[in-house]
Design a binder for this molecule. Sequence first.
Ligand code: BGC
Length: 447
Amino acid sequence: MAIIQFPKDFRWGAATASYQIEGATNEDGRGLSIWDTFSKTPGKVHNGDTGDVACDSYHRYEEDVDLIHDLGADVYRFSVAWPRIFPNGTGEVNQKGVDYYHKLVDYMLEKGIEPMCTLYHWDLPQALQDKGGWDNRDTIEAFVQYADFMFKEFHGKIKKWITVNEPWCSSFLSNYIGVHAPGNQNLQLAMDIAHHLLVAHGRAVKSFRESKIEGEIGYAPNVTWFEPYSTKEQDIEACNRGNAWNLEWFFDPVFKGTYPDFMLEWFKEKGAVPTVLDGDLEIISQPIDFLGINYYTGNVGRYKENEGLFDLENIDIGYDKTAIDWFIYPEGFYKVLVTIKDLYSSVPIYITENGACYNEEPVNGVVSDQKRIDYLRTHLTALKRSMDSGVNVKGFLYWSLMDNFEWALGYSMRFGIVHVNYETLERTKKDSYHWFSETIKKGEFIV
Ligand code: BGC
């Protein structure tokens, strides 16, 4: 038996994103986003689900903030729907959209909860997509105007800002693998989009500094971990490439102002090179105040010629999986965090997402999700071990506060510690909510 204990000033919270929870997509002047278009394109989203209603948090935000409050958490990570603020992506501001976020943030502050605001969690205004989306450098300008507006408008209220969420997903997953909006399948396009997202991040950080806004700013890349199947050189190299696609590719530019050479060479052989303009890397490498880390899963990987982009295949060596078919691999969480410290800096880290998908339904008002508790327990244990190894982790935010629109998988996959009945929109606290709440209140748990 051991006690896993977190520091007294450790921050606890939960996370959501606008398109996944808000609904009200046609209300109060909101413009369309690429996810409205994508989810309404037949065959793109499981069951034809859309975010039109989602969890209806646009109307039930007080109830949702109360859930954070009752949990005993003191940070709520939410995202702003860019098309609610600028329905056309740029130009005229939609005051009603702005008012909504004031109400939401004011209510958080009233409840003693610190807002952590993500500016871009994938709901790009469709009007910008129509002009080329993130492939067009004008979108970077539009993002900076939007970010700048938000910084000034919410100055003094929001003090933790995240520029972009998981740029790997909004570039490669959405434009090379093609399963997320806008659904392209083109490596060169995805690579340029990844680069533009990083430039947009850097430009927003620069503008934040120039406005002398009080607070902290960072970004939230997703990371994973490939463990080599054997000590063979080829297996190790293939896993290095797999890891670097998420890690070095999205971290080196920010922390070192370069792209990793071994990946540049690899991608070049595949016919793709990022289109980098003079000054871009300098902009991208603006110092940040904190790093958000999103971690869910890891894999055992083995070299296999012509397998995927990196000659890398996933090997099933019998680890359990969550309901979304992702391996449960807490050791990868530990390893990736220690690697980040070793490769980059000891910049403060918030775990901005970590969580498990299981689809238990309420029985007599109780949702028994022991597996989610087990996932949380093992991942928090790995996290604490990384902190004991010198990783500078300041807080942990569970993904997600509540079940929600799980992108291409629609409503079929549930990550929440709060169950949402999508017919009645009733919220039910799961067993994991109660376990997490106890852990937060005590700052420790027993394993
Ligand atoms: C995203 C969330 C998503 C979660 C589970 C992350 O990639 O930021 O929006 O719901 O993972 O797939």
